[in-house]
Design a protein around this ligand. Structure first.
Ligand code: ADP
Ligand code: F6P
Length: 500
């Protein structure tokens, strides 16, 4: 399609996600600075360029006053972002509570936090009420900015109630929903008191997307077992209304509804050519000369298996004394969801283990583990990826894991090895090139570290090429184009069906 001025027509896309791509930090009564947010959702969506995108979400900060809200709205508008203002109480109940203390651990098969299980069970209803209220607040902002013909793309477990809110207001809106976490087995989903309401609301969308075929299958079987609605090869059909269900990765290459998620791989490859990054690479090489570099980059989250990873590294050092002064593990863990008690406990646990191992295997001049609780800027991150010999992605569960993609994109020169959890969605796309491990089995992970460090150059090259091909071919842009085009088709087909 073309506009009248000959420029190609770009569809308007309203991306709705809990978190905006930038988080706000208040500098004065009416002044704000914006920092890039960390997380796979942001990384994937920032790679999407060919739409007129407006991003609706929470700026990660409580802004009770009108002056602050006005100034922040203006600052965000320059980044094509539209804020949803959530007050402290809603954030506490909806984000810290229902999203991150209930849905997040459940969807990653970790169960409810051990110590306050009963308290959590008691607060289910009030937190779910806050969750619905917050979703309605997102819907109100979408409705305010929606123009006919827009595609509304809702994201993640924070906004499962949003499709229904949107469709109740305007049934003609094209609504898609994509989940960036696993969708668990229906046996797990069944335990949620709000199980039916959440499923019904998601089904109000026209197209529902998941990272892998397994997650899509779990979702369809939850609809069958909990709502009594049968799945069809196309999705889920209830009283003549079809919600199409699709996944990024299909095991058997079933082509019709495939849209593999990815990153903007060229952005990473090009970053390595920037003089400042090259300089940084040189410094890192000098700093760690004579030692192999192993790298972990994660949000400091219990699903990422950071303690297990570090214990596996300890086991490796224990069993391979000849490697002790020849290898270093750099673990960069950006703090996340710091108001949730489980995350606070994790931070102290990781610090304790790292301290113990450094005390045990360190010397006056070197320690085996460098652990940083912080976010690195994009260029520093690319330089680190480029000098790494072995990347360790040992999530206990992970929807996809785009860190593994970023590492591969930066490894054309070095052809380092990726050790990857079999419980990350990425195991289905990068599994043939990576060494797959069960992160709970630290003996196996320790053995994989030895295998990776001793791997021949030919085998590294072969494995890297496999993964590099996938990462450079399936980009974030392609993922979004395929999702949006599938959503457009789904709506047209539905209209044809009802007009017959
Ligand atoms: P998740 O969505 O659970 O956070 P992903 O691996 O898919 O997991 O995405 C994480 C994103 O956050 C990546 O783009 C990664 O570069 C970024 N990230 C994670 N940890 C850090 C860090 N310490 N510093 C900078 N960026 C980080
Ligand atoms: O990919 C999972 C995810 O929950 C994203 O939705 C989010 O961007 C990321 O992790 C970071 O989490 P949060 O927004 O809670 O900091």
């Amino acid at each position: 399609c073309e506009r009248q001025d000959g420029r190609p027509f770009r569809q308007r896309l309203l991306v709705v996600a809990n978190r905006l791509p930038v988080s706000a930090v208040r500098r004065g009564e009416d002044s704000w600075s914006l920092e890039i947010s960390a997380g796979g959702l942001v990384t994937a969506l920032l790679g999407v360029k060919e739409f007129e995108t407006r991003w609706i979400g929470w700026a990660g900060v409580n802004v009770p006053d009108e002056i602050g809200q006005k100034a922040l709205t203006k600052a965000l508008a320059e980044k094509w972002c539209i804020p949803v203002f959530l007050d402290e109480e809603i954030v506490h109940q909806y984000y810290n509570g229902y999203c991150n203390n209930i849905l997040w651990p459940l969807f990653h098969y970790l169960g409810l936090p051990q110590e306050d299980r009963l308290a959590t069970t008691r607060s289910f209803q009030s937190q779910f009420a806050a969750y619905k209220k917050a979703n309605q607040m997102f819907a109100d902002v979408v409705n305010m900015h929606y123009e006919e013909g827009d595609v509304v793309w809702c994201h993640d477990y924070h906004l499962m109630y949003l499709p229904e809110c949107l469709k109740n207001h305007n049934n003609n809106m094209k609504v898609g929903w994509f989940l960036h976490t696993p969708f668990p087995s229906s046996e797990i989903h069944r335990t949620l008191p709000s199980r039916s309401e959440l499923l019904r609301s998601v089904l109000a969308a026209d197209l529902v997307g998941f990272h892998t075929y397994d997650y899509a299958r779990h979702f369809v079987s939850a609809c069958t077992r909990i709502l009594g609605i049968e799945g069809t090869p196309e999705g889920v059909e209830d009283q003549g209304r079809l919600t199409r269900v699709a996944a990024s990765l299909w095991f058997f290459n079933c082509l019709r509804h495939q849209f593999p998620i990815g990153i903007d791989s060229l952005r990473f490859q090009n970053a390595l050519l920037v003089p400042q990054v090259q300089e940084h690479i040189k410094e890192l090489k000098e700093r760690f000369s004579g030692r192999k570099v192993m790298l972990g980059v994660d949000r400091l989250d219990m699903i990422k298996g950071i303690p297990q990873k570090i214990l596996a590294f300890e086991k490796f050092l224990e069993e391979n004394p000849n490697w002790r002064d020849k290898v270093v593990l750099l673990q960069i863990a950006v703090p996340t969801r710091t108001d949730v008690p489980e995350y606070q406990k994790l931070t102290s646990q990781v610090h304790e283990i790292v301290g113990r191992i450094n005390g045990r295997f360190g010397s006056l001049t070197a320690v085996p583990i460098h652990h940083l609780d912080r976010s690195l800027d994009f260029h520093a991150l690319c330089a680190l990826y480029a000098v790494t010999d072995v990347a360790l992605v040992t999530s206990l569960r992970d929807g996809m894991n785009l860190v593994s993609y970023e590492f591969v994109a930066c490894q054309e020169a070095k052809k380092g090895v990726l050790i990857l959890s079999e419980f990350a969605g990425a195991a289905q796309s990068l599994g043939a090139g990576a060494i797959l491990v069960n992160p709970w089995n630290i003996t196996e992970v320790a053995a994989s570290i030895a295998q990776a460090l001793n791997m021949s150059a030919e085998e590294r090259e072969k494995r890297h090429q496999h993964n590099f091909h996938h990462v450079t071919k399936h980009t974030a842009q392609e993922w979004a184009e395929m999702f949006v085009s599938e959503l457009n088709d789904t709506v047209v087909e539905a209209q044809l069906r009802t007009s017959k």
